[in-house]
Write a protein that binds this ligand. Structure first.
Ligand SMILES: *[C@@H]1O[C@H](CO)[C@@H](O)[C@H](O)[C@H]1NC(C)=O
Ligand SMILES: *[C@@H]1O[C@H](CO)[C@@H](O)[C@H](O)[C@H]1NC(C)=O
Ligand SMILES: *[C@@H]1O[C@H](CO)[C@@H](O)[C@H](O)[C@H]1NC(C)=O
Ligand SMILES: *[C@@H]1O[C@H](CO)[C@@H](O)[C@H](O)[C@H]1NC(C)=O
Ligand SMILES: *[C@@H]1O[C@H](CO)[C@@H](O)[C@H](O)[C@H]1NC(C)=O
Ligand SMILES: *[C@@H]1O[C@H](CO)[C@@H](O)[C@H](O)[C@H]1NC(C)=O
Ligand SMILES: *[C@@H]1O[C@H](CO)[C@@H](O)[C@H](O)[C@H]1NC(C)=O
Ligand SMILES: *[C@@H]1O[C@H](CO)[C@@H](O)[C@H](O)[C@H]1NC(C)=O
Length: 497
């Protein structure tokens, strides 16, 4: 089994594959994004890039009875798991009965005050990548998988130190989520993902009624820069339509997020140049010849320069430019010494092995219908992506008008959706500044930099973190999410932290 195709191969794919998602085995969520960007920048790609519109006909009538289902979902203990004091649940929520479409979730209750702590949803991106693969098992969940692929160790910086955390594999076709009407997979796109995620949530809240009315927050990274705002928009839409708070949405936090294609892509090349990854000449050519605005045609000069840049970054992990690569993807008979603060670049392989174990799937109440494909960190069966707006900034403006809290964070060693992209994207909004740029601190060190804008928008970098911020800087990430949920500014002095 080819488990680690070179990035060059991946790049070749994203040149030859239009809106197809490549079939490779090492599926990092970010490669998916590369494919989608390429697809969207092509003429006649078939990807609808117009602004996001909600699917209006999801209705209260599609809430199904969830009586007794919660206790069935309780996870007694995961194989190889250390003892813990909080409850875990996992299972399926049907979002479309006639199609037989069901979403898989994994839920960990807060370690303290679960009855009052907020409810936080986490989404990974891709499109097509699993929140279980990344969020739960490699980033902010309570456990990480050891190199033997069968035992777990504790993440003491898990976000369930701050909230009740819900991980959702979305859309159907990702991870354990599925549809019995397999043609659904080819109809995937942003709009359907938002509608299904919304149906999931209202039904999940029926199953866990104690969380109805609880303060609710949506978080995510990468392509979840689309999913989180689109779900938030859908929630606001239905709350307004029903003239009642169906879901008590308070805020959104997105990291290294796809926000605005034009500035995201341009900012990526700026980052390559400013971090000495590509030549000044190539950067100059890109600046001069490339028009990344929506629907623009790419010139040959632009293509030549971007191809050179891509070749030059092809031998490093562009999602954390200073990180080591995985040199041996085999599992080890005895687990290697593992550390939360020193992320193992081969973790993807450990998680793949773990989540494909029948005993693990049984404990998770996953794959109950015996799907005909493996569990994959990024889906092989989602081949087309129908719609992906070129910007989500109009949604961010809507959140400001509705008084939602919005935090946008950025791991500053990510080269895929780097800090330059995110700053440029935010700058297009021309927001008035509330608190000017300053360092924020944790344990006496600079955790990153932050700037706050009027209208409850906070931008914060996380120093020394790649694309998956909590993987690389778990303490700083936990501090960030605590301040986000509290609505308190990040500490501007090292004195008390
Ligand atoms: C790009 O084309 C789409 C139709 O494919 C259109 O809806 C959209 O408004 C266009 N965007 C811009 C910025 O012209
Ligand atoms: C919403 O409308 C679409 C197209 O009209 C239809 O296919 C779908 O089944 C409807 N969904 C619901 C929940 O009514
Ligand atoms: C999908 O089909 C299987 C097998 O018929 C069935 O057991 C399952 O309940 C279906 N899923 C949904 C969500 O209806
Ligand atoms: C919405 O509900 C409020 C009270 O909760 C009521 O005063 C108001 O008239 C309602 N608006 C509409 C359009 O029904
Ligand atoms: C960068 O790209 C140029 C032009 O294709 C090439 O000559 C050079 O060898 C590349 N360098 C690396 C490190 O890939
Ligand atoms: C990779 O690791 C496995 C398990 O530890 C070992 O058996 C194998 O020899 C290693 N391969 C290489 C190329 O180092
Ligand atoms: C589901 O179970 C079947 C049969 O045990 C297995 O072949 C398949 O890989 C599993 N798929 C997923 C997505 O877990
Ligand atoms: C630092 O933050 C505190 C609390 O948010 C604020 O009161 C204080 O004015 C800030 N100090 C500076 C120098 O910005």
């Amino acid at each position: 089994m080819e488990k680690q195709p070179s990035l060059l191969l991946a790049l070749l794919f994203f040149i030859i594959v239009s809106c197809y998602i490549a079939e490779t085995h090492a599926k990092k969520q970010e490669q998916r994004l590369g494919h989608l960007y390429k697809a969207k920048l092509k003429e006649n790609s078939g990807v609808d890039t117009s602004l996001f519109k909600t699917i209006h006909n999801v209705s209260r009538a599609t809430i199904h009875s969830q009586d007794g289902l919660k206790e069935n979902d309780r996870i007694e203990k995961l194989p190889g798991q250390p003892e813990v004091e909080f409850s875990q649940y996992g299972g399926y929520v049907t979002v479309d009965e006639s199609a037989g479409r069901a979403m898989y979730y994994y839920f960990v209750e807060a370690q303290k005050s679960k009855d009052s702590a907020p409810l936080l949803l986490w989404l990974n991106g891709g499109p097509g990548c699993s929140s279980l693969a990344y969020g739960a098992m490699q980033e902010l969940g309570p456990f990480r998988v050891r190199s033997d692929g069968k035992s777990l160790f504790r993440n003491r910086y898990s976000w369930n130190n701050a909230a009740n955390v819900l991980f959702l594999e979305s859309p159907a076709g990702v991870g354990f989520s599925y549809s019995n009407r397999t043609s659904d997979y080819d109809e995937s796109g942003d709009r359907k993902t938002a509608a299904d995620n919304y149906m999931f949530l209202v039904n999940w809240l029926e199953r866990f009624p104690e969380y109805k009315g609880r303060e609710f927050y949506i978080s995510g990274e990468s392509y979840a820069g689309h999913y989180a705002p689109q779900l938030a928009h859908t929630i606001l839409y239905h709350n307004k339509k029903a003239n009642t708070t169906i879901i008590n949405l308070k805020g959104i936090m997105i990291g290294n997020a796809v926000i605005n294609d034009e500035t995201d892509v341009r900012g990526m090349y700026e980052y390559f140049q400013s971090h000495a990854l590509i030549s000044d000449e190539a950067a100059y050519q890109i600046q001069k010849y490339c028009d990344f605005s929506p629907n623009a045609t790419r010139s040959d000069e632009c293509n030549a320069a971007t191809e050179e840049a891509e070749e030059n970054i092809s031998h490093l992990d562009i999602y954390n430019i200073y990180a080591p690569l995985c040199s041996n993807s085999s599992l080890t008979a005895r687990p290697k010494k593992a550390s939360i603060t020193n992320f193992d670049p081969c973790s993807d392989y450990y998680v793949y092995a773990y989540l494909n174990r029948p005993d693990v799937q049984q404990a998770l109440h996953a794959n109950v219908t015996k799907l005909d494909h493996d569990w994959e960190p990024c889906s092989d069966i989602l081949r087309k992506w129908q719609d992906s707006p070129s910007t989500i900034i109009p949604l961010l403006r809507e959140f400001m008008e509705n008084g939602l809290r919005l935090w946008i964070f950025s791991g500053d060693t990510d080269g895929r959706i780097p800090v330059t992209s995110t700053k440029n994207s935010i700058n297009t909004m021309k927001l008035p500044i509330k608190t000017p740029w300053h360092a924020w601190y944790l344990y006496g060190e600079v955790g990153g930099y932050t700037q706050m804008y009027k209208g409850d928008i906070t931008f914060a970098t996380v120093r020394g973190a790649g694309h998956q911020v909590p993987s690389y800087q778990p303490k700083r990430a936990l501090s960030l999410v605590k301040h986000f949920l509290d609505g308190s500014p990040l500490p501007n002095t090292s004195r008390y932290t």
